[in-house]
Design a protein around this ligand. Structure first.
Ligand code: SF4
Length: 447
């Protein structure tokens, strides 16, 4: 055994998958995962720089590792992910207790970098962008897939869109897609080992170009025996094609949920954001998706307080939220990301006004989410059981096809099975139910 490793993950599902891949590579190389910082011989921070808060938290946590290194000089500290890509050697100049900096295209080199540091005392800084990203093809070990019935698969990385507030194209590079043959082989392998849900990941999956279109990829995955559910994220509204929307009409295994970030309800702000669609186009997509799949649930991202967002423009965002009625909304206060296009525009919405808008918007969304949850009481959805409920060991929790979280009384033996649950209570962010068959004659919507 080479030692114990602990990875801290910040940010999105893509980073989470990268961490699982690094754990897998290190496990194959003789490392064992640990939760104990004191025990760890290798600590990796897999960082995110998309929002100022995540960026500051990761940087401050890198600093807080210094005493561990003082106590155990053989400890290796590595920084990976978006901050590593953005800051490169600067990280080691500012924090010399860091041994390794690996950018977003170089994560597959983790074992080699650690060995180099241990054996030759070399500090490793590698932030090169390559023609291809080898880590796309790494399949995580079963031990690092939780829950075991859901497989996350990164089908592409990077982004060509340059939304003016976003750092991603600079830290993840331009779009690179994984070949469809490798993806399908991975899906078949997962199906053979009991995986029921495939979750496709990418910064903009709609522009996937790995030899076939994204909609064709979904159709081929849908034909793999054993796969019950297919999900994907994230979509860009400008790239959501009619072919993709048609998949929701044709493919039963494709879940009734789309995450479709809209960012603002105002055309003027959308233009400043370089989003390249209008409010009308966005609402048209929602309508088409609902037509293709009437029980469709929507989630989205929205930013308030973007430079130039007047009160009227902000009101347009609220009216879009009321019109669409999202199940879930991830809402953020605008924060400047240095190096992006929007950093050159005056950040003219005062901080207290950004906070006021965010809090009002979140209040409106809370009411909508609760109303949607209430409308599901009495329905009997199929729930894929993910695990024991964190707050009640006598309950298990899982998700409906619409991605709603359901808690109900049940034993851990139900984990990984799909069961029908009668919804009995609506909570602000989840549903409660039981496995009883609904009373005869009771109205039950087949969601
Ligand atoms: S589509 Fe826009 S917001 Fe999404 S990753 Fe690309 S640049 Fe960022």
């Amino acid at each position: 055994m080479k030692g114990y490793v602990k990875i801290f993950t910040y940010g999105c599902q893509m980073n989470d998958l990268d961490s699982r891949k690094m754990y897998s590579l290190l496990a194959r190389d003789g490392w064992e995962a640990t939760e104990s910082l004191k025990k760890a011989d290798l600590i990796i921070l897999n960082t995110c720089s998309v929002r100022q808060k995540a960026y500051e938290k990761a940087l401050s946590n890198i600093g807080r590792l210094r005493p561990y290194k003082t106590q155990k000089p053989s400890l290796i500290i590595a920084v990976a992910g978006c901050i590593a890509q953005q800051k490169g050697r600067d990280i080691i100049s500012r924090m010399p207790h860091v041994d390794i900096v690996l950018g977003t295209h170089q994560m597959h080199r983790i074992c080699e970098a650690v060995d180099g540091r241990r054996e030759e005392h070399r500090q490793v800084v590698d932030t090169q962008f390559g023609e291809y990203i080898p880590s796309l093809d790494i399949v995580p070990d079963q031990a690092f897939m939780t829950p075991a019935h859901r497989a996350y698969i990164n089908i592409m990385q990077g982004c060509n869109n340059y939304c003016s507030y976003c750092i991603v194209p600079y830290v993840r590079g331009r779009e690179i897609s994984r070949d469809h043959a490798g993806i399908l082989e991975e899906v078949r392998g997962h199906a053979a080992s009991g995986v029921k849900e495939i979750f496709l990941l990418g910064q903009n999956v709609n522009s996937y170009s790995g030899g076939i279109s994204f909609s064709e990829l979904l159709r081929r995955i849908d034909r793999v025996d054993g796969i019950e559910r297919i999900r994907f994220t994230t979509s860009h509204p400008k790239d959501m094609s009619d072919e993709l929307i048609a998949c929701f009409g044709d493919l039963e295994r494709l879940c009734s949920h789309v995450h479709l970030p809209f960012q603002s309800g105002s055309d003027k702000v959308l233009e400043l954001m370089n989003r390249r669609y209008t409010r009308t186009r966005y609402l048209g997509l929602i309508e088409k998706l609902r037509k293709a799949r009437p029980d469709m649930a929507f989630s989205a991202d929205v930013i308030v307080g973007f430079p130039g967002e007047t009160n009227d423009a902000y009101r347009e965002t609220l009216s879009l939220i009321r019109e669409v009625r999202f199940d879930t909304l991830y809402s953020f206060r605008y924060s400047v990301r240095p190096g992006t296009g929007a950093a050159a525009i005056e950040d003219d919405v005062p901080p207290e006004e950004k906070s006021r808008r965010l809090s009002e918007l979140q209040g409106i969304q809370r009411s909508i989410t609760l109303e949607i949850n209430q409308s599901r009481v009495g329905t009997t959805p199929q729930v894929l059981v993910d695990g024991v409920s964190p707050r009640n060991p006598d309950q298990v929790h899982g998700r409906t096809t619409q991605n709603a979280i359901v808690n109900f009384a049940g034993s851990p033996s139900l984990i990984s099975s799909t069961v029908r649950v009668c919804i009995t209570r609506a909570n602000p962010n989840s549903l409660t139910g039981d496995r009883e068959v609904p009373a005869a004659g009771r109205e039950a919507l087949p969601i």
